[in-house]
Ligand binder design. Structure first.
Ligand SMILES: Cc1cc2nc3c(=O)[nH]c(=O)nc-3n(C[C@H](O)[C@H](O)[C@H](O)COP(=O)(O)OP(=O)(O)OC[C@H]3O[C@@H](n4cnc5c(N)ncnc54)[C@H](O)[C@@H]3O)c2cc1C
Length: 387
């Protein structure tokens, strides 16, 4: 039986950065995943948007840290992970969206985020070809950006290995080794592995891994579809998010951007969420999103779509990630329930969880970190209220 300082369950958007940051601090780390290679869960489903311009303080601080890490990655490691600092643009066509966007500015500015509400002319400059009719302006946050989830996870894995981390793939964790109320390691079909710390970063399957430790934290996946086109010459810097509900009655918002390689990547949020783990593409996705994109930006009409896919958001009842040490179990951390933002949260969560494990406190303000506590109340009443 091999001994490690820490074991991470899940080599995804969050588990791999945690493995990297723990290894960087000199810990002997094992990262185990049921998939054949890193990122085969929901990491590869993400479209790679990374922004700090949220309204929730924990997301703001963690994503600020992620942006710092992603944007400096190439200089630090020599590996290009597709970082493109093009910002996020939320255009407004109706008074209600303008008000919503403006109402978020005070908290975003309080955290010193670069974001402003711009005039229609300025938005047209940043989003060339956007529908002018009814455009009231919109927010632009130029320091947000995009990263390739596929390139990033490969590079984080390689760097973690270089620092001594071990990875085991094709080996789902089937149970946790319990010693009283302490987790002492993991069990897979191939053996038992011991460590004083085990981190649950199992994404959409996180509830099952929590139950192995005797605790119940609700992470319920719902599915979202996305697609990517063939590349065209770069002409769009920001990722564009239209928060209007679609006239067709199926979409609540949609977003798209041009990635570092020139491809357009796109996604929408269905008005009626699809709960469960079904990842088969639907026939309505492409016609629905194509209509919305062409209506917002007619010049996108000629793009060639290369592929579409469907992945899962690991959702929590209150829409907030669950990160920290559950008080009922010893030797166990969770970094789960990332909802639709696990890729952008990954490095920030990884750095904070590693600091918490090693130094007993997060890097960000402890009171803000505590908002993510696994000990918080997840009752049904709250779920309904916050949905
Ligand atoms: C269409 C779409 C677009 C998205 N776009 C974005 C975006 O632009 N930006 C963003 O930040 N987020 C985005 N997301 C969300 C993002 O993909 C997820 O929030 C994120 O990947 C979750 O990270 P995770 O590490 O928790 O889970 P994952 O990346 O899924 O990793 C969990 C890993 O745990 C493994 N695992 C599970 N159970 C076990 C077990 N018992 N034993 C061993 N291994 C196990 C899985 O195999 C998996 O590899 C998008 C999601 C979708 C579907």
């Amino acid at each position: 039986m091999a001994g490690y300082d820490a074991i991470v369950v899940g080599a995804g958007s969050v588990g791999v950065p945690i493995t990297y940051f723990l290894s960087r601090e000199g810990l002997k780390v094992l990262c185990v995943d049921g998939g054949p290679s890193p990122g085969q869960g929901q990491n590869k489903a993400a479209i790679g948007g990374v922004r700090a311009t949220h309204s929730d303080p924990a997301k703001i601080l963690l994503c600020k840290e992620s942006l710092r890490i992603f944007s400096a990655w190439k200089d630090k490691t020599g590996t290009d992970i597709g970082w493109k600092m093009g910002g996020y643009c939320f255009p407004a066509f109706r008074e209600q969206e303008e008000q919503t966007l403006r109402s978020l500015l005070p908290i975003q500015k309080k955290h010193k985020l670069s974001i402003d509400f711009l005039s229609p002319k300025e938005i047209e400059k940043d989003v060339p070809g956007i529908q002018k009719k009814g455009l009231r302006g919109g927010t632009l946050s130029p320091e947000d950006g995009q990263v390739s989830p596929l390139l990033a996870i490969e590079s984080f894995t390689n760097e973690a290995k270089r620092l001594g981390a071990e990875f085991r793939f094709g080996e789902p964790v089937t149970s946790l080794l319990m010693e009283g109320n302490a987790v002492a390691g993991i069990k897979t079909a191939k053996g038992e592995f011991k460590a004083p710390i085990t981190v649950n970063a199992a994404g959409a399957a996180a509830t099952a891994v929590c139950r192995m430790a005797g605790i119940d934290i609700p992470v319920r996946p719902d599915s979202h579809e996305a697609g990517i086109t063939a590349p065209v010459k770069q002409f769009l810097r920001p990722l564009v998010v239209d928060i209007r509900p679609g006239p067709e009655g199926k979409t609540s918002n949609f977003y798209f951007g041009q990635v570092h390689g020139g491809q357009f990547i796109f996604c929408y949020t269905p008005r009626q969420l699809f709960y469960g783990e079904d990842r088969r593409s639907t026939s309505e996705f492409m016609p629905t999103i194509a209509r919305r994109m062409a209506e917002l930006m007619p010049r996108l009409r000629g793009l060639t779509v290369r592929r579409v896919w469907r992945g899962l958001y690991p959702m929590t009842p209150d829409g907030v990630a669950v990160v920290g040490k559950p008080s009922k179990v010893q030797g166990f951390y969770v970094a789960i329930g990332m909802c639709g933002q696990g890729f952008m949260l990954g490095p920030g969560v990884g750095a904070n969880v590693a600091n918490h494990i090693i130094k007993g406190k997060p890097l960000i303000d402890s009171d803000v970190f505590a908002l993510l506590s696994p000990d918080r109340d997840f009752t049904a009443a709250k779920t309904e209220k916050l949905k």
